[in-house]
Design a protein around this ligand. Structure first.
Ligand code: SAM
Length: 278
Protein backbone atom coordinates (compact mmCIF):
# COMPACT_ATOMS: atom_id res chain seq x y z
CA UNK A 1 0.00 0.00 0.00
CA UNK A 2 1.16 3.54 -0.59
CA UNK A 3 0.53 4.36 3.05
CA UNK A 4 0.16 2.62 6.41
CA UNK A 5 -3.46 3.13 7.34
CA UNK A 6 -6.58 1.37 8.50
CA UNK A 7 -8.80 0.74 5.46
CA UNK A 8 -12.53 0.20 6.08
CA UNK A 9 -13.61 -2.15 3.29
CA UNK A 10 -17.28 -2.97 2.58
CA UNK A 11 -17.99 -6.46 1.21
CA UNK A 12 -21.05 -7.94 -0.60
CA UNK A 13 -24.38 -8.43 1.25
CA UNK A 14 -25.22 -11.50 -0.83
CA UNK A 15 -24.14 -11.17 -4.44
CA UNK A 16 -20.38 -11.75 -4.60
CA UNK A 17 -20.09 -9.49 -7.63
CA UNK A 18 -20.98 -6.46 -5.49
CA UNK A 19 -17.42 -5.60 -4.52
CA UNK A 20 -15.48 -2.69 -5.96
CA UNK A 21 -12.17 -2.97 -7.79
CA UNK A 22 -10.67 -0.66 -5.16
CA UNK A 23 -11.91 -2.96 -2.37
CA UNK A 24 -10.28 -5.99 -4.04
CA UNK A 25 -7.02 -4.11 -4.65
CA UNK A 26 -6.96 -2.96 -1.02
CA UNK A 27 -7.62 -6.48 0.32
CA UNK A 28 -4.76 -7.80 -1.85
CA UNK A 29 -2.26 -5.15 -0.85
CA UNK A 30 -2.69 -4.71 2.91
CA UNK A 31 -0.51 -6.65 5.36
CA UNK A 32 -3.45 -8.04 7.37
CA UNK A 33 -7.23 -8.25 7.02
CA UNK A 34 -9.11 -7.93 10.32
CA UNK A 35 -12.46 -9.71 9.98
CA UNK A 36 -15.36 -10.90 12.15
CA UNK A 37 -15.14 -14.53 11.11
CA UNK A 38 -12.02 -15.73 9.33
CA UNK A 39 -13.85 -18.69 7.71
CA UNK A 40 -16.65 -16.50 6.38
CA UNK A 41 -14.27 -13.89 4.94
CA UNK A 42 -12.05 -16.74 3.70
CA UNK A 43 -14.79 -17.66 1.19
CA UNK A 44 -14.76 -14.18 -0.34
CA UNK A 45 -10.97 -14.12 -0.38
CA UNK A 46 -10.65 -17.51 -2.04
CA UNK A 47 -13.33 -16.56 -4.64
CA UNK A 48 -11.16 -13.58 -5.59
CA UNK A 49 -7.87 -15.48 -5.07
CA UNK A 50 -6.61 -13.16 -2.36
CA UNK A 51 -4.00 -14.66 -0.04
CA UNK A 52 -3.65 -11.88 2.56
CA UNK A 53 -3.50 -13.19 6.17
CA UNK A 54 -6.64 -12.67 8.30
CA UNK A 55 -7.08 -11.87 12.00
CA UNK A 56 -10.33 -12.30 13.91
CA UNK A 57 -11.82 -9.11 15.35
CA UNK A 58 -15.32 -9.57 16.70
CA UNK A 59 -17.59 -8.08 19.37
CA UNK A 60 -16.08 -10.25 22.14
CA UNK A 61 -12.40 -9.49 21.58
CA UNK A 62 -12.52 -6.11 19.87
CA UNK A 63 -11.10 -3.94 22.66
CA UNK A 64 -8.15 -6.26 23.26
CA UNK A 65 -7.48 -6.95 19.55
CA UNK A 66 -7.79 -3.26 18.69
CA UNK A 67 -4.70 -2.55 20.82
CA UNK A 68 -2.68 -5.20 18.96
CA UNK A 69 -3.80 -3.84 15.60
CA UNK A 70 -2.96 -0.27 16.62
CA UNK A 71 0.57 -1.45 17.54
CA UNK A 72 0.96 -3.01 14.07
CA UNK A 73 -0.34 0.15 12.41
CA UNK A 74 2.11 2.29 14.41
CA UNK A 75 4.90 -0.03 13.17
CA UNK A 76 3.94 1.01 9.62
CA UNK A 77 1.74 -1.94 8.61
CA UNK A 78 -1.47 -1.43 6.68
CA UNK A 79 -4.66 -3.17 7.77
CA UNK A 80 -8.06 -3.66 6.15
CA UNK A 81 -11.16 -4.06 8.31
CA UNK A 82 -14.06 -6.08 6.89
CA UNK A 83 -17.19 -7.54 8.47
CA UNK A 84 -19.15 -10.64 7.45
CA UNK A 85 -21.21 -8.58 5.02
CA UNK A 86 -21.76 -4.96 4.05
CA UNK A 87 -20.11 -1.94 5.63
CA UNK A 88 -18.05 -2.52 8.81
CA UNK A 89 -19.27 -0.61 11.91
CA UNK A 90 -22.86 -0.45 10.61
CA UNK A 91 -24.43 -2.81 13.20
CA UNK A 92 -21.04 -4.55 13.06
CA UNK A 93 -17.74 -4.42 15.02
CA UNK A 94 -15.04 -1.82 14.38
CA UNK A 95 -16.00 1.22 16.45
CA UNK A 96 -13.30 0.69 19.12
CA UNK A 97 -10.61 0.08 16.53
CA UNK A 98 -11.47 3.19 14.49
CA UNK A 99 -11.75 5.26 17.64
CA UNK A 100 -8.36 4.03 18.88
CA UNK A 101 -6.76 4.73 15.48
CA UNK A 102 -8.09 8.27 15.50
CA UNK A 103 -6.78 8.81 19.05
CA UNK A 104 -3.37 7.48 17.99
CA UNK A 105 -3.23 9.72 14.91
CA UNK A 106 -3.40 6.77 12.49
CA UNK A 107 -4.99 7.48 9.14
CA UNK A 108 -8.40 5.84 8.60
CA UNK A 109 -9.51 5.45 4.98
CA UNK A 110 -13.13 4.41 4.37
CA UNK A 111 -14.07 2.84 1.04
CA UNK A 112 -17.71 3.24 -0.07
CA UNK A 113 -19.67 0.07 -0.81
CA UNK A 114 -22.61 -2.23 -0.02
CA UNK A 115 -24.83 -1.58 2.99
CA UNK A 116 -28.18 -3.34 3.46
CA UNK A 117 -29.86 -0.27 4.99
CA UNK A 118 -29.01 2.03 2.09
CA UNK A 119 -29.74 -0.63 -0.53
CA UNK A 120 -33.18 -1.27 0.99
CA UNK A 121 -33.98 2.40 1.38
CA UNK A 122 -33.11 3.22 -2.20
CA UNK A 123 -35.74 0.76 -3.48
CA UNK A 124 -38.46 1.22 -0.83
CA UNK A 125 -40.44 4.09 -2.27
CA UNK A 126 -40.47 5.87 1.10
CA UNK A 127 -39.13 9.43 1.56
CA UNK A 128 -35.32 9.37 1.66
CA UNK A 129 -34.50 13.06 1.95
CA UNK A 130 -34.19 12.39 5.68
CA UNK A 131 -34.14 9.05 7.48
CA UNK A 132 -33.05 7.48 10.76
CA UNK A 133 -31.15 4.23 11.04
CA UNK A 134 -32.15 2.41 14.24
CA UNK A 135 -30.15 -0.82 13.77
CA UNK A 136 -31.63 -3.82 15.62
CA UNK A 137 -34.60 -3.30 17.94
CA UNK A 138 -34.27 -4.76 21.47
CA UNK A 139 -35.04 -8.49 21.56
CA UNK A 140 -37.27 -8.37 24.67
CA UNK A 141 -40.96 -7.52 24.11
CA UNK A 142 -41.22 -4.73 26.68
CA UNK A 143 -38.00 -2.99 25.63
CA UNK A 144 -38.97 -3.25 21.95
CA UNK A 145 -42.43 -1.86 22.66
CA UNK A 146 -40.92 1.06 24.62
CA UNK A 147 -38.46 1.78 21.82
CA UNK A 148 -41.27 1.86 19.25
CA UNK A 149 -43.30 4.14 21.54
CA UNK A 150 -40.36 6.55 21.63
CA UNK A 151 -40.32 6.56 17.81
CA UNK A 152 -44.07 6.91 17.30
CA UNK A 153 -43.90 10.61 16.40
CA UNK A 154 -40.61 10.43 14.47
CA UNK A 155 -41.30 12.28 11.20
CA UNK A 156 -38.41 10.73 9.23
CA UNK A 157 -38.40 7.33 7.53
CA UNK A 158 -37.10 4.73 10.02
CA UNK A 159 -34.81 1.86 9.02
CA UNK A 160 -34.35 -1.25 11.19
CA UNK A 161 -32.40 -4.47 10.83
CA UNK A 162 -34.61 -7.35 11.90
CA UNK A 163 -34.17 -11.03 12.55
CA UNK A 164 -36.53 -13.41 10.71
CA UNK A 165 -37.53 -14.90 14.10
CA UNK A 166 -38.78 -11.57 15.40
CA UNK A 167 -40.29 -9.95 12.31
CA UNK A 168 -43.90 -10.99 13.07
CA UNK A 169 -43.66 -9.83 16.69
CA UNK A 170 -42.17 -6.52 15.62
CA UNK A 171 -44.84 -5.87 12.99
CA UNK A 172 -47.52 -6.82 15.56
CA UNK A 173 -46.00 -4.28 17.98
CA UNK A 174 -45.83 -1.67 15.21
CA UNK A 175 -49.57 -2.10 14.51
CA UNK A 176 -50.27 -1.66 18.24
CA UNK A 177 -48.04 1.37 18.69
CA UNK A 178 -48.20 3.22 15.37
CA UNK A 179 -51.56 2.02 14.02
CA UNK A 180 -52.74 -0.17 11.13
CA UNK A 181 -52.36 2.56 8.54
CA UNK A 182 -48.65 3.28 9.05
CA UNK A 183 -46.84 2.26 5.88
CA UNK A 184 -44.14 -0.43 6.19
CA UNK A 185 -41.70 -1.85 3.69
CA UNK A 186 -40.00 -5.23 4.20
CA UNK A 187 -36.85 -5.81 2.13
CA UNK A 188 -35.51 -9.35 2.41
CA UNK A 189 -32.61 -11.26 0.89
CA UNK A 190 -31.34 -8.19 -0.97
CA UNK A 191 -29.08 -8.98 -3.94
CA UNK A 192 -29.81 -12.73 -3.52
CA UNK A 193 -31.99 -15.24 -5.40
CA UNK A 194 -35.11 -14.65 -3.27
CA UNK A 195 -34.91 -10.88 -3.01
CA UNK A 196 -38.35 -9.41 -2.14
CA UNK A 197 -39.25 -5.79 -1.44
CA UNK A 198 -42.85 -5.37 -0.34
CA UNK A 199 -44.67 -2.31 0.99
CA UNK A 200 -48.10 -2.25 2.72
CA UNK A 201 -49.94 -0.47 5.56
CA UNK A 202 -48.90 -2.13 8.85
CA UNK A 203 -52.22 -3.98 9.38
CA UNK A 204 -52.14 -5.47 5.87
CA UNK A 205 -48.43 -6.25 6.21
CA UNK A 206 -49.13 -8.34 9.29
CA UNK A 207 -51.78 -10.34 7.41
CA UNK A 208 -49.51 -10.71 4.37
CA UNK A 209 -46.62 -12.02 6.47
CA UNK A 210 -48.89 -14.47 8.29
CA UNK A 211 -50.16 -15.89 4.97
CA UNK A 212 -46.80 -17.47 4.09
CA UNK A 213 -43.95 -18.16 6.53
CA UNK A 214 -41.42 -17.85 3.66
CA UNK A 215 -42.15 -14.11 3.66
CA UNK A 216 -40.40 -13.81 7.06
CA UNK A 217 -37.34 -15.83 6.03
CA UNK A 218 -33.77 -14.71 5.42
CA UNK A 219 -32.08 -11.40 6.08
CA UNK A 220 -34.43 -8.50 6.58
CA UNK A 221 -34.49 -4.72 6.54
CA UNK A 222 -37.72 -3.27 7.90
CA UNK A 223 -38.63 0.32 7.04
CA UNK A 224 -41.37 2.41 8.62
CA UNK A 225 -42.79 5.59 7.13
CA UNK A 226 -42.37 8.65 9.32
CA UNK A 227 -45.26 10.06 11.34
CA UNK A 228 -47.31 12.60 9.42
CA UNK A 229 -49.61 14.82 11.41
CA UNK A 230 -51.88 15.40 8.38
CA UNK A 231 -52.24 11.78 7.42
CA UNK A 232 -52.82 10.67 10.97
CA UNK A 233 -55.58 13.26 11.30
CA UNK A 234 -57.54 11.37 8.62
CA UNK A 235 -59.82 8.81 10.25
CA UNK A 236 -58.53 5.26 9.87
CA UNK A 237 -61.72 3.97 8.13
CA UNK A 238 -61.31 6.75 5.53
CA UNK A 239 -57.67 5.77 4.97
CA UNK A 240 -58.75 2.13 4.48
CA UNK A 241 -61.59 3.04 2.12
CA UNK A 242 -59.21 5.16 0.09
CA UNK A 243 -56.70 2.31 -0.17
CA UNK A 244 -59.42 -0.18 -1.20
CA UNK A 245 -61.05 2.09 -3.77
CA UNK A 246 -57.83 3.31 -5.30
CA UNK A 247 -56.81 -0.26 -6.16
CA UNK A 248 -59.75 -0.42 -8.61
CA UNK A 249 -60.52 3.18 -9.48
CA UNK A 250 -57.19 4.97 -9.30
CA UNK A 251 -56.26 7.50 -6.65
CA UNK A 252 -58.08 10.54 -8.08
CA UNK A 253 -61.53 8.92 -8.20
CA UNK A 254 -60.95 7.11 -4.92
CA UNK A 255 -60.08 10.40 -3.18
CA UNK A 256 -63.25 12.07 -4.55
CA UNK A 257 -65.51 9.19 -3.46
CA UNK A 258 -63.90 8.83 -0.03
CA UNK A 259 -64.21 12.59 0.49
CA UNK A 260 -67.98 12.33 -0.24
CA UNK A 261 -68.51 9.34 2.02
CA UNK A 262 -66.68 10.78 5.04
CA UNK A 263 -67.21 14.51 4.47
CA UNK A 264 -63.45 15.09 4.18
CA UNK A 265 -61.31 17.23 1.89
CA UNK A 266 -60.55 15.58 -1.45
CA UNK A 267 -57.09 17.18 -1.61
CA UNK A 268 -56.08 15.90 1.83
CA UNK A 269 -57.07 12.37 0.82
CA UNK A 270 -55.30 12.65 -2.53
CA UNK A 271 -52.12 13.92 -0.81
CA UNK A 272 -52.29 11.13 1.76
CA UNK A 273 -52.75 8.60 -1.07
CA UNK A 274 -49.65 9.86 -2.86
CA UNK A 275 -47.57 9.75 0.32
CA UNK A 276 -48.80 6.24 1.09
CA UNK A 277 -47.80 5.09 -2.41
CA UNK A 278 -51.40 4.25 -3.46
N1 SAM B 1 -22.83 -4.16 8.17
C1 SAM B 1 -23.99 -4.69 7.48
C2 SAM B 1 -24.49 -3.67 6.45
O1 SAM B 1 -23.70 -2.80 6.05
O2 SAM B 1 -25.62 -3.75 6.03
C3 SAM B 1 -25.07 -5.11 8.44
C4 SAM B 1 -24.64 -6.14 9.44
S1 SAM B 1 -25.88 -6.65 10.54
C5 SAM B 1 -25.01 -7.65 11.66
C6 SAM B 1 -26.76 -7.88 9.62
C7 SAM B 1 -28.18 -7.45 9.30
O3 SAM B 1 -28.18 -6.63 8.14
C8 SAM B 1 -29.10 -8.61 8.95
O4 SAM B 1 -29.62 -9.21 10.12
C9 SAM B 1 -30.17 -7.93 8.15
O5 SAM B 1 -31.07 -7.25 9.00
C10 SAM B 1 -29.33 -6.90 7.37
N2 SAM B 1 -28.89 -7.48 6.09
C11 SAM B 1 -27.65 -7.87 5.75
N3 SAM B 1 -27.65 -8.38 4.50
C12 SAM B 1 -28.91 -8.28 4.04
C13 SAM B 1 -29.55 -8.64 2.82
N4 SAM B 1 -28.89 -9.21 1.83
N5 SAM B 1 -30.88 -8.38 2.69
C14 SAM B 1 -31.56 -7.81 3.70
N6 SAM B 1 -31.02 -7.47 4.88
C15 SAM B 1 -29.71 -7.70 5.04
Amino acid sequence: MSQAALYIVPTPIGNLADVSQRALDTLKQVDVIACEDTRHTGKLLSYYQIGTPTWALHDHNEQHKAEQLVTRLLEGKSIALVSDAGTPLISDPGYHLVNRCREAGIQVVALPGPCAAVTALSAAGLPTDRFVFEGFLPAKDKARHDKLESLKDEPRTMVFYESPRRLLDTVTALVEVMGEARRLVVARELTKAFETIHGLPAGDMLAWLKEDSNRCRGEIVLMVAGHKADADALPLPAQKTLALLSADLGLKKAAALTADIYGLKKNALYKHGLEAGL
